[in-house]
Write a protein that binds this ligand. Structure first.
Ligand code: SF4
Length: 134
């Protein structure tokens, strides 16, 4: 057995033990907010959270919880959209969510800098693009 295959086995074991592989995966793609909140909470315990979120952002995931954030059509959203008319305070809620997201992305980018400087750089560019477009 080579050092590389041992390292690959260790990486695979780490990946197989993350919450979305040990709990029911449907939780990460649920449409109700309670299940989504539960998935987001489980992601907070995941050792791969920063990389998972960063890669999901770069892939513009169409749906699901990735890295502790809820994605819809490639964007991070604060919560599932309720059915029916939009709320009167929707703009205020969106502004709070955007500020939270920007702060979170900076944290993730900083967390990635040591382990994956290239990914951190890509994320930093994506953050600049998102903040610039807002
Ligand atoms: S952070 Fe990513 S890999 Fe970890 S549990 Fe959440 S979705 Fe799965």
């Amino acid at each position: 057995m080579t050092v590389l295959s041992l390292a690959q086995q260790a990486a695979q074991a780490r990946t197989n033990s993350v919450p979305c592989r040990t709990y029911d995966a449907d939780l990460w793609f649920a449409e109700d907010q309670a299940s989504t909140d539960q998935a987001q909470g489980l992601c907070q315990q995941c050792p791969l959270q920063a990389a998972c979120l960063s890669e999901a952002l770069l892939r513009q995931e169409p749906a699901g919880v990735w890295g502790g954030e809820l994605f819809e059509r490639g964007q991070i959203v604060a919560a599932h959209k309720p059915k029916g008319r939009p709320r009167k305070d929707a703009d205020e809620i969106a502004a709070v969510a955007a500020a939270r997201l920007a702060s979170r992305l900076v944290e993730v980018s900083q967390a990635l800098e040591q382990d994956s400087p290239e990914l951190a750089e890509q994320l930093s560019e994506a953050v600049t693009e998102i903040v610039g477009a807002a």
